[in-house]
Design a protein around this ligand. Structure first.
Ligand code: PNS
Length: 168
């Protein structure tokens, strides 16, 4: 039977830390479904469609990575996708409390759900989507921190009249 896991997140935008976690996950699972949260209450820099599209550009179909948007409860998404395994990246102790809360809430909602925490490469332990947006807005270099497609899209946004400033 195919071993698959869901890697959920906002991915606004995807960083190389996320990419690293997916590659690590692919060593354990046959397939990873990247679940991009569509949250009407949360203002994101990139639309759900753009976030999904960028991640699809990062991974080719033979990479065993599927990308889907989701709304509502993660446990419902897991059920629809016939898996009970969630992958989350853990960068530092500071991530732990939030991650523990989510993992235990998901387990309360569905006792079959298991969350697997994976550590990214040391190079990416400081990296987050919000820091990337901030550094980029302030004119800092983000090469090597995000996939090339994300870098390109960030540059496209800054050329637009409203720019990035309102989001960070
Ligand atoms: O990248 P993020 O923003 O840290 O990801 C958070 C995410 C998407 C994993 C989390 O917010 C989530 O699972 N949201 C779906 C709603 C849900 O199921 N909430 C209850 C369990 S925490």
């Amino acid at each position: 039977m195919e071993k698959k896991a869901v890697y959920p997140g906002s991915f606004d935008p995807m960083t190389n830390g996320h990419v690293d976690i997916i590659h690590r996950g692919l060593k354990i699972f046959d397939k990873i479904i990247v679940a991009v949260l569509e949250n009407p209450k949360k203002r994101t820099l990139f639309s759900t469609r753009d976030r999904v599209q960028m991640i699809r550009e990062v991974f080719s179909p033979r990479d065993r990575v599927e990308v889907k948007a989701f709304r509502g409860l993660l446990t419902d998404f897991l059920r629809r996708n016939e898996t009970n395994t969630v992958i989350r990246g853990l960068r530092a102790v500071s991530d732990f409390e939030y991650e523990l809360q989510m993992a235990l809430m998901n387990r309360t909602l569905d006792p079959t759900v298991e969350t697997l925490f994976m550590m990214p490469s040391l190079h990416f332990t400081f990296l987050s989507s919000s820091l990337v947006k901030e550094v980029f807005t302030l004119g800092g270099r983000i090469e090597g921190l995000v996939p090339v497609v994300v870098e390109r899209r960030l540059k496209d946004i800054t050329r637009k009249p409203k720019g990035l400033r309102q989001y960070v």
